[in-house]
Design a protein around this ligand. Structure first.
Ligand code: ADP
Ligand code: ZN
Ligand code: ZN
Length: 815
C-alpha cells in the first residue's frame, strides 16, 4: 500500500494521510499538488493539497483515496519544503499557513472557489468540449462556484479543467483585483548639449536666422528653462505658439532632443545601458564585500544615504548573473520603490521579474513558473517580503535593501515571518550569499556584525563627495513663546523654505502619521467621537467632511454637535498631512503642493503618479508620511523639514528610539543628493533629547551604543528573544479570564520573564477585545525547548472548553 502525507491550505497543525494506488505511486513526487476531500463527510470539501511525504506506513485509522493528481511535475521544490519546515518550527505556525501564503491563490482552487468569466477572452476555438461548455455558461452568468461547474459537467474531478481555463484566460478568480494601467508617457524636450556654451548658442541663433518659427521655439525654450524645470513638449508649444512639425524639424536637425519620463514597471522596453563606473570608495567597498563572501555568508553594508549602495548592488548582481545564478533583491515595500526598479531595469532589462502580492494572479503565477524553471526572465527577482518564498532553483545572492525596515516582518496573518531573517535561511539552503544594506542598520544586524556573525563593510561618503545634509534643530517651545509659529511652521523653517523655492529647488516635509491623525475634539467637554467597533478616536477627513476609523474603515458624516455635551464646539484642527497641506496652500499660494500618504496613494499605481510628478518637478513641496523615508532619489530636493519629532520619540515601544533615529535620518537623506549639500530642519519640543542630538550629528554609532545598553539592561533583543501571545475575542470577560490563565501558566514555566497582561494601544478592533503577554527568552536559554513549553501551554489552553473560541496568536520575534 502506498500513502502520501499532504499539506492542506488551512490552519490545521498536522499533515494528513491519503491513499494512492500503485500507478499513482509511480508518478507522484513531493511538491506536486493533489485534489483531496477533507472534513466531516456532510461538510467535506475538495481542496488543492501539496504532497509532503510519500510512504508505505499504513495508518491505524481509516484513510481516503486522493481525488486526483493535479501536476505533472512538482511546483514546490525540495528546498522550499525544507524552508517551510524551518518557518513552521521557528515562527510556530502550521505548514498549511505557509503553503497558503507562498503560492499564488490560483494554484489553490477548492470547491468553494468562485470563478468569473474573463471578458478579454474571445477565441473559443481553442477550447475542448468540456471547457467550451463552461465558457458558454459563463456567457449567461457572471460567476460559477466550483460545485456548479461540477454539476454542469456531471463529474466530480473538475479542478484540472478549471486550471486549464485559468491558464487560457477564460476565467479569473474571486480574489483578483483588477486594475488597468497604461503608463502615461509625457514627452519632454531639451537642447542638445553641444549648444550649452554661450558661443554655441550664438552660432545656433545664426543658423536659425532665416527660420523664424524655429528661432521662436528655441527662444521660448530658454524662457521656460529659466524656471529650472524639465520642459514638456506641450508647454513649449503653448508658450511659443509653434506647431509640432516645427519642433520635429529642430529634433531632426539635432538641435532639440526629445525624452520621456515614465513610471511603468511591468514591461521593460527601453535599451539597457552599461553599469556606472564605481567611485573609489564604492570600489573598495565592493572588493571588501566580495572578500568577506569567501569566508562568511552574510555581509552588512552600512553606507550613508546616497553613498551609492544601489550601484554596488548592481555590480554584485552582475557578477552573480555571470556565474549563471539567480538573484533575489528584496525591498521593504515594492510600491514605494519604482525608482529602484527603473534603475535596475536600465542595467538588466528583461532579466528582471517583479513579484508582489498586489499583482494580478496571472502575473504572479507567471513569475512563480519562471523562477521555478529558471527562465532568463527570472534571473533577478525584485520583490517585497513574500518573494523569499518563491521556488528558486539556482540562487546565488540575496540583497536585502533597507534591511532595518520593519515592514520585512509580516504582522498578520500567520506566518509572521521576518523576510530579512528568512532570507538568511533561504540563502543557506542554496549555498548563496546575503548582502544586507542600510544607512541606518537595525540594532540587531549591527550587533551581529559586531559579534562577527556577519561581515561589516562601511561607506562613509556620499557619491560625488557631496556633504551629508546639515541638520538644524528648531525649538518649537521657544518659537511658540516668542510667537514665531505660523500654524505648524516656525519662522526659521519658513525662511529656509522660501530660500529653496527661490533657488527653484524642491522641498520634502515629513509628518509622522502615527498618533498624529487629525482627531476631532469638543472644546467644551474634551470628548472625541469614537469608533463604535474599535477603541480609537475617529479621524477627520476634510475633503469629504467625514469621520473615519483607520482600523475598520467605519465612516460617518462629520456631526455638527458634540454627542456628549451637545454644544457645537467640535474642533477639527488636527495635525494630519491634510491640515499641513492646507496651511501650505495659504502660505505658498504660488507653488504646487503635493501630498503622499495612505489616502493619496490608493490603488496599484497611486505612488507612481505622485513620485513621477515630483520627479518631473510638477510639485514644489511634497508633504508626506513614513513613505517618504524609503530609498527615494530626487536630484532637486535641497530641503527636508521634519515638522515634529516628539511623538516618534515618546512612542511606548522599546524600538521607538531606534526607529525615530532611522526614520529621521532616512528622511533627511532625501536632501542634497546630487549637487550641493542639503539642509534639514527638525522642529521639536525637545532639542536636547539624545535622539534628536544624535540625528543632528549624524551619529549612528552613539545611537547604537546607547540603545544597546538599554536593550541589555531592560532585557530586549538582541540579548533576549521575544515571543508575543495575543488573545482576541468579542467577549471582554472571556479574553480577560483567558489571559489571566495564560499569564499564570506561562509565569509558572518561565518565571519573571513573562510580561503582561497588557492591552495594545488600540485595545479593541472590529469588536474584538485584544490582550497580550510577552515572553522574553534569554540568549543562553534553549529556544527550541522554550517553544515546546509554550506549545504545551497552548494545547492546555485550547483544551479548556470556555477558552476554545478565543483566537490564540503567536508572534515570534515580534516587532
Ligand atoms: P544609496 O542607495 O546609497 O542611497 P544611490 O545608489 O541611490 O545611493 O546613489 C545616489 C545617487 O548618486 C544616485 O542618483 C546615483 O545614480 C548616483 N551615483 C551613485 N554612485 C554613482 C557612480 N559611481 N557614478 C555615477 N552616479 C552615481
Ligand atoms: Zn473601527
Ligand atoms: Zn462636548
Amino acid at each position: 500500500m502506498h500513502y502520501i502525507n499532504v499539506i492542506l491550505p488551512i490552519p490545521v497543525q498536522n499533515v494528513y494521510t491519503y491513499r494512492i494506488n500503485e500507478a499513482e505511486a509511480e508518478f507522484i513526487r513531493k511538491g506536486m499538488r493533489v485534489a483531496v476531500e477533507f472534513g466531516a463527510s456532510k461538510k467535506s470539501k475538495i481542496y488543492t493539497a501539496l504532497v509532503y511525504e510519500i510512504h508505505q506506513n499504513t495508518p491505524e485509522y481509516e484513510i481516503k483515496d486522493i481525488h486526483q493528481i493535479l501536476d505533472e511535475k512538482p511546483i514546490v521544490t525540495e528546498s522550499q519544503l525544507k524552508l517551510w519546515d524551518w518557518i513552521s518550527s521557528y515562527y510556530m505556525c502550521s505548514l498549511g499557513e505557509i503553503f497558503r501564503a507562498s503560492l499564488p491563490s490560483a494554484f489553490l482552487l477548492e470547491s468553494e472557489t468562485i470563478v468569473y468569466k474573463n471578458t478579454v477572452f474571445t477565441d473559443d476555438k481553442k477550447l475542448n468540449d468540456e471547457e467550451y461548455l463552461i465558457y458558454e455558461v459563463l456567457q449567461q452568468q457572471v460567476s460559477l462556484t466550483v460545485e456548479q461547474v461540477s454539476k454542469i459537467l456531471g463529474k466530480k474531478k473538475v479542478l484540472p479543467i478549471l486550471y486549464q481555463l485559468f491558464e487560457k484566460s477564460v476565467i479569473y478568480l474571486r480574489e483578483e483585483i483588477y486594475e488597468i494601467y497604461k503608463p502615461k508617457l509625457i514627452k519632454y524636450v531639451r537642447l542638445n548639449s553641444v549648444y550649452e556654451s554661450s558661443n554655441a548658442l550664438q552660432e545656433l541663433m545664426e543658423i536659425l536666422s532665416r527660420a523664424n518659427k524655429q528661432r521662436e521655439a528655441v527662444l521660448a525654450y530658454f524662457q521656460l528653462k529659466s524656471k529650472g524645470k524639465p520642459i514638456k513638449v506641450d508647454d513649449l508649444k503653448k508658450h511659443s505658439g509653434v506647431s509640432s512639425p516645427i519642433i520635429k524639424s529642430l529634433v531632426d536637425k539635432n538641435i532639440f532632443e526629445l525624452y520621456e519620463i515614465q513610471t511603468d514597471r511591468i514591461n521593460f522596453e527601453g535599451t539597457t545601458g552599461d553599469l556606472k563606473q564605481l567611485n573609489e570608495h564604492q570600489e573598495k567597498a565592493l572588493q571588501e564585500i566580495k572578500q568577506s563572501f569567501k569566508k562568511q555568508d552574510v555581509c552588512l553594508l552600512h553606507g550613508v544615504t546616497s553613498s551609492g549602495k544601489t550601484e554596488i548592488y548592481t555590480k554584485l548582481i552582475n557578477s552573480v548573473l555571470e556565474q549563471g545564478k539567480q538573484v533575489l533583491f528584496l525591498l521593504p515595500e515594492i510600491a514605494l520603490t519604482t525608482q529602484i526598479i527603473n534603475r535596475l531595469q536600465k542595467y538588466f532589462g528583461d532579466k528582471i521579474s517583479v513579484f508582489h502580492s498586489k499583482y494580478s494572479i496571472n502575473e504572479r503565477v507567471e513569475v512563480w513558473n519562471n523562477v521555478l524553471e529558471n527562465k532568463s526572465k527570472a534571473q533577478i527577482i525584485l520583490g517585497a517580503r513574500s518573494s523569499v518564498l518563491l521556488p528558486f532553483s539556482n540562487l546565488g545572492l540575496i540583497v536585502v535593501d533597507e534591511e532595518h525596515e520593519q515592514s520585512y516582518k509580516q504582522f498578520d496573518p500567520s506566518p509572521r515571518y521576518n523576510a530579512r531573517d528568512t532570507a538568511i535561511v533561504v540563502a543557506k539552503l542554496h549555498n548563496a550569499k546575503v548582502l544586507l544594506g542600510s544607512a541606518t542598520p537595525s540594532i540587531e544586524s549591527k550587533f551581529n556584525s559586531d559579534t562577527k556573525k556577519y561581515a561589516l563593510v562601511s561607506l562613509k561618503h556620499r557619491h560625488g563627495n557631496v556633504l551629508l545634509p546639515k541638520i538644524e534643530l528648531i525649538d518649537v517651545k521657544e518659537k511658540t513663546r516668542k510667537k514665531k509659529m505660523k500654524g505648524h511652521f516656525s519662522d526659521r523653517l519658513l525662511e529656509m523654505m522660501e530660500d529653496a523655492l527661490i533657488q527653484k529647488e524642491q522641498i520634502i516635509l515629513f509628518q509622522n502619521r502615527r498618533g498624529f491623525s487629525p482627531v476631532v475634539e469638543c472644546v467644551t467637554c474634551g470628548v472625541s467621537p469614537q469608533c463604535p467597533n474599535c477603541d480609537v478616536a475617529l479621524t477627520y477627513h476634510k475633503h469629504r467632511e467625514e469621520l473615519k476609523c483607520h482600523y475598520c474603515n467605519y465612516n460617518r458624516a462629520m456631526p455638527n454637535n458634540c454627542s456628549a455635551c451637545g454644544s457645537n464646539t467640535l474642533d477639527t484642527k488636527g495635525f494630519g498631512t491634510e491640515q499641513i497641506e492646507l496651511e501650505l496652500q495659504n502660505l505658498f499660494p504660488e507653488h504646487k503642493i503635493g501630498r503622499m500618504d495612505l489616502d493619496t496613494t490608493r490603488g496599484k499605481f497611486g505612488y507612481q503618479k505622485i513620485i513621477g510628478a515630483f520627479e518631473a518637478q510638477e510639485i514644489d513641496i511634497l508633504v508626506g508620511t513614513q513613505m517618504l523615508s524609503k530609498g527615494l532619489d530626487f536630484a532637486n530636493v535641497s530641503l527636508v523639514g521634519i515638522l515634529n519629532s516628539d511623538r516618534m520619540l515618546n512612542y511606548p515601544d522599546f524600538r521607538a528610539h531606534e526607529r525615530a533615529f532611522q526614520l529621521m535620518l532616512q528622511v533627511a537623506g532625501r536632501a542634497g543628493r546630487s549637487k550641493k549639500q542639503g539642509k534639514v530642519a527638525i522642529q521639536t519640543y525637545n532639542p536636547y533629547h539624545q535622539i534628536n542630538q544624535q540625528v543632528s550629528m549624524n551619529d549612528y554609532q552613539k545611537m547604537y551604543e546607547e540603545q544597546l545598553i538599554e536593550r541589555r539592561n531592560y532585557h530586549y533583543p538582541p540579548f533576549y528573544r521575544l515571543i508575543k501571545i495575543t488573545l482576541k475575542h468579542k467577549d471582554y470577560n472571556k479574553v480577560e479570564d483567558g489571559i489571566k490563565w495564560l499569564y499564570q501558566a506561562l509565569s509558572n514555566a518561565f518565571g519573571g520573564y513573562v510580561l503582561g497582561p497588557s492591552t495594545p494601544a488600540v485595545g479593541r478592533i472590529r469588536n474584538q477585545y485584544i490582550r497580550n503577554v510577552l515572553i522574553k527568552i534569554p540568549a543562553k536559554q534553549s529556544l527550541i525547548n522554550s517553544k515546546k513549553h509554550i506549545l504545551k501551554i497552548k494545547n492546555a489552553f485550547e483544551s479548556i472548553k470556555e477558552f476554545r473560541p478565543i483566537r490564540f496568536i503567536l508572534d515570534v520575534d515580534t516587532y
